[in-house]
Design a protein around this ligand. Structure first.
Ligand code: AVJ
Ligand code: FE
Length: 440
């Protein structure tokens, strides 16, 4: 973990709070008032809800809890409680207007910064308050990624702009063997790890083989063109029922032009599908069907984390594939610096010791695992973050996307979603069992 002193933490938190707010502001200032309050998809909240919810959570955890202050606007708590209103119904609520919302989040932020200044950040308070600030930084960044997904679903002219990611050429080895044996999964020392990432525990992962890159658009298009969506052999029973019921034919946002070439709409722009970029906007069922067609399978969550963190030279689990240092722009495509995933091979400095690339950033990666607590799990700080979702039909996603902030992802970070969801920035990589002669 990271042993950080109180004053270093205080300035780090101030910087991260400013960064997340700059991003929330950019995402909400990019559109007009009508777009802010509109429902762009029943899967998403109006953008103005996300912004006020960011403020509401910050008020609860930093102003009231850490700061010990009275509620600013107790009457609106319920409106912005994610458990009281479904995303689809939030547009009907008497929400704060855009200008009221902006004033509210600014007022909350002033008081949260005051709480940051006053916190002793020593001893027990260093751990408790430090975690509360870290949780709120991550929470705002998670909703920023959600708002980015809303932008992708929004119709109309483009409003977001960013340079393209660096180019790359596919790693020389297509797949690597991850040796069998014990591996320490999860963490008990990572200061800002959420409850579901804890505690560290040893798992025995048999030898397996994993792809060094995520499945690309060209590879996925080959599956589509081979009739993969018409052949129930590749799909689970549940996946096939969904494929038929939802009339899935290709990744979300893909369409063919008259000549049969693939195009997509990305943040309001029509673009040809780029062959060597990771496929994105596929659901778990599509990922699973592709893997079966390719003679492979999805990695389990433990396999994914071992491929990302295990250092065979020391037997130790790293914080990130490249080591223990925080992500820089040379390591991974994170933080909405680019509005798309980067081509396979674009971040060789982010490789794991075994040579697996781009595990962090670019696209969330579906795993075959359901959403379950680790042995020894303890709710912290509230059951609605992780616990209430355990055991549902969710599948675990790992690694973060181009829209995930560096502060909101690490080797141990666990995300989850329903297996039919495609609006998130999710792709996948394939794995397979090691053949006996490979494992030996
Ligand atoms: C961890 C991404 C599944 O967005 O539903 C945000 C994060 N929790 N507010 C979500 C979260 C509460 C969560 N995911
Ligand atoms: Fe939230």
């Amino acid at each position: 973990g990271t042993a950080v002193g109180g004053e270093e933490l205080r300035s780090r938190v101030a910087t991260l709070l400013a960064q997340s707010r700059a991003r929330s502001t950019a995402l909400t200032d990019a559109v007009d008032e009508a777009d802010l309050v509109a429902q762009h998809s029943p899967l998403m909240s109006p953008l103005v809800w996300d912004l006020a919810h960011i403020g509401s959570q910050e008020e609860l955890w930093l102003v009231r809890d850490v700061g010990g202050r009275e509620p600013l606007r107790p009457e609106i708590d319920g409106l912005y409680d994610a458990f009281q209103h479904s995303r689809a119904s939030r547009v009907e609520l008497p929400l704060l207007t855009p200008s009221e919302t902006r004033a509210y989040v600014a007022q909350v932020r002033d008081k949260a910064l005051d709480a940051l200044e006053r916190s002793p950040l020593r001893g027990r308070r260093l751990v408790e308050h430090g975690f509360a600030f870290g949780m709120i930084v991550q929470h705002e960044q998670q909703h920023d990624e959600t708002m980015l997904a809303t932008h992708q679903l929004r119709a109309g002219a483009p409003v977001l702009h960013a340079p393209p990611p660096p180019a790359g050429s596919a790693p020389a080895a297509r797949e690597v063997l991850v040796p069998g044996g014990p591996f320490t999964m999860g963490t008990s020392t990572e200061a800002w790890a959420l409850d579901n990432e804890r505690p560290a525990h040893v798992v025995h992962v048999p030898a397996f083989v994993i792809d060094t890159a995520a499945v690309t658009n060209a590879e996925y298009a080959a599956f589509v063109d081979a009739g993969g969506y018409d052949d129930p052999r590749w799909w689970s029973e549940e996946g096939w029922a969904h494929r038929v019921g939802a009339a899935l034919e290709a990744p979300r946002f893909w369409r063919r032009d008259g000549s049969g070439a693939w195009f997509r709409r990305r943040f309001g722009r029509e673009e040809p599908i780029v062959a060597d970029e990771p496929v994105v906007h596929v659901c778990f069922h599509e990922a699973q069907a592709y893997a079966r067609w390719a003679g492979k399978r999805l990695p389990t969550e433990a396999e994914w984390e071992k491929a990302a963190r295990f250092d065979p030279a020391t037997g130790r689990s790293r914080r990130y594939p490249w080591g223990d240092e925080e992500p820089t722009p040379a390591h991974a495509n994170l933080g909405q610096r680019h509005l798309q995933p980067a081509a396979a091979g674009a971040f060789p400095r982010g490789a794991s010791p075994l040579g697996v690339q781009q595990l962090i950033g670019d696209v969330w990666e579906w795993t075959s695992s359901g959403w379950h607590p680790y042995p020894g799990f303890e709710v912290f700080p509230y059951p609605e973050y992780s616990q209430v979702f355990f055991g549902g039909d969710y599948r675990v996603l790992r690694g973060g996307s181009f829209g995930t902030a560096p502060a909101a992802v690490r080797g141990t970070f666990r995300n989850w979603d329903h297996p039919i969801r495609r609006q998130i920035f999710a792709g996948f990589r394939c794995a397979r069992d090691a053949r006996p002669e490979e494992a030996a």
